[in-house]
Design a protein around this ligand. Structure first.
Ligand code: MTE
Ligand code: MO
Length: 200
C-alpha cells in the first residue's frame, strides 16, 4: 500500500533555518528525568478527553491500525539546534480530532506523558496537517529515548512541544502551562517569531 507522504510546509520556507538556530546532524536526547518511563505496552492506553463529543481510549495496536502518513519535517529546539528532514510515521492529529469531535469552544490542548512531562499548545497548531502522533522514526519503531510508544510531532512549534511518551490529550477551553511553560517557556513557541520565553 502506498502511504501518504507529507512534507512539512516549514521545510519549503525560503528562510528555512529560523533566526538564532544552527543545523546539527541528529536530535540530542532531552528528558526531564534520568530514567525512561517504564510501562507495559499491553496495558498502555492512549486517551483523549475534555471538551469533546466523544472520549476515546485506544490500545497501541489500535493506533497502529489507524490510517497513517509519512512526515518529513525539520526539528527546531529552543536551545538553538535544528535538525533537517526527520522522517516520522504515524497518525495525523486530524484523524484523532475527527474521532473525538471537539466542542466549538475547544481552543487548547494539554499533553500528558508517561514520565510526567506535560506541554500545552493551541488546538489550531495541534490540528495542523503536519502535526502527527508518531510511532516510527526513520522507518523503525520510534526508539525509546525518542518517544516510544507514541510521540506528538508538531513541526511548526519548537521541539519542546513535540512531547515524547504521550499517553493523554486533554482538549480544553482555556490554556494551561505545561512543564517548561511553567518554568518560563513560551505558551506558543513559534520558531520564526523566536518565541522562546514568555514575553519574547
Ligand atoms: N516527554 C518528554 N517529551 C519531550 C521532552 C521531555 O523532556 N519529555 N523534551 C522536549 C525537548 S526540550 C526536545 S528538544 C525534544 C528532544 O527530542 P529527542 O529527545 O527525541 O531528541 O523532545 C521534547 N519532548
Ligand atoms: Mo528542546
Amino acid at each position: 500500500m502506498n502511504k501518504k507522504k507529507i512534507i512539512s510546509p516549514i521545510n519549503n520556507r525560503k528562510d528555512r533555518l529560523p533566526p538564532g538556530q544552527h543545523w546539527i546532524q541528529y536530535p540530542l536526547v532531552y528528558d526531564i528525568v534520568e530514567r525512561l518511563p517504564h510501562f507495559d505496552i499491553e496495558k498502555y492506553r492512549f486517551k483523549v478527553w475534555g471538551e469533546v463529543g466523544q472520549e476515546i481510549e485506544l490500545t497501541y495496536q489500535e493506533i497502529l491500525n489507524l490510517p497513517s502518513v509519512e512526515l518529513t519535517a525539520d526539528f527546531h529546539c529552543v536551545t538553538r539546534w535544528s535538525v533537517k528532514e526527520i522522517i516520522w510515521e504515524g497518525v495525523q492529529t486530524k484523524v484523532i480530532l475527527d474521532m473525538v469531535k471537539p466542542n466549538p469552544d475547544a481552543k487548547f490542548v494539554y499533553v500528558y506523558c508517561l514520565e510526567g512531562y506535560t506541554t500545552n499548545l493551541p488546538l489550531e497548531y495541534f490540528a495542523k496537517e503536519d502535526s502527527i502522533l508518531a510511532y516510527k522514526m526513520f522507518g523503525e519503531t520510534i526508539p525509546r529515548e525518542h518517544g516510544y510508544p507514541l510521540r506528538l510531532v508538531v513541526p511548526q512549534l519548537y521541539a519542546w512541544k513535540s512531547a515524547k511518551y504521550v499517553w493523554g490529550i486533554e482538549i480544553r477551553k482555556d490554556d494551561k502551562p505545561g512543564y517548561w511553560e511553567e518554568r518560563g517557556y513560551h505558551m506558543l513557541g513559534e520558531p520564526w517569531k523566536e518565541q522562546r520565553f514568555w514575553g519574547d
